[in-house]
Design a protein around this ligand. Sequence first.
Ligand code: CAA
Length: 260
Amino acid sequence: GTNYATILTETRGAVGLITLNRPKALNSLSPELVAEVAKATAVYDADPSIGCIVITGSGQKAFAAGADIKFMADKSYMDMHKQRAYSAEFGAIANVSKPIIAAVNGFCLGGGCEFAMACDFILAADTAKFGQPEITLGTIPGLGGTQRWTRALGKSRAMELVLTGEMITAQEALARGLVARVVPAAELLDDALKTAAKIASHSQPIAALAKTLVNAAFESSLAEGLRLERMLFYSTFSTKDQKIGMKAFIEKQKPEWTNE
Ligand code: CAA
């Protein structure tokens, strides 16, 4: 496969695994790392043998401890503005049609947390810690933190955390719906790969529709979301895989998806 400098990639069956790999900087998001993640997700998205993507952090200590502070420290307004720092890469990741699971070990802070929240769902190690500490650096979240925390946690707790910069535990993140499940740290990667393999065992275009709709619930009214869901639900009846799936159920067979 491709050689990357700041990430590791490996396929496990139908799952594409991406490991953020700048352990000396707690996997913080350098521009190169984010560009490599965008590239690797696009490669997996285009690969018909891959049905789901898992993103995790190398080492036990961090998923990603934020955007790279050493890179940003001396930037001017115009530097950040012109560079549209990170936004192209986040846009590229948001356009991936295959489901992306963030398997969060250790610190998940600032841009790292915003990145995890931009994935389709988060599985957290019991040791994970989430937060938006930007305020302690004299800046604010810039990659979705003020918006996605508020949608996940409600206004009061999101406001408190963005203003104090304090972290929350995996247990609180679970109780508030920020993460799907919490698992023992030693089992996180296996669990994420198993979950991803299950997702990858389904029809890819159908999974992409399901993912699109759940994400749409984040940014539309209920009426708009229901209308879109109904249209896409009907549209599944134009696929081969819907015919295959329902026929296999009736015949008590395992479906052989065509991804068509
Ligand atoms: N950027 C660059 N380097 C980072 C980093 C980051 N976000 N986070 C940690 N590192 C580096 C440290 O500088 C240190 O490097 P050196 O060994 O060269 O000194 C190394 O990683 C290990 O970190 P610590 O020694 O600090 O480890 P610790 O165990 O004492 O603390 C921590 C861990 C609490 C996570 C602490 O590292 C920390 O607070 N990190 C910064 C978290 C943060 O503020 N993130 C927000 C970044 S801003 C942002 O993300 C903007 C945005 O929304 C787009």
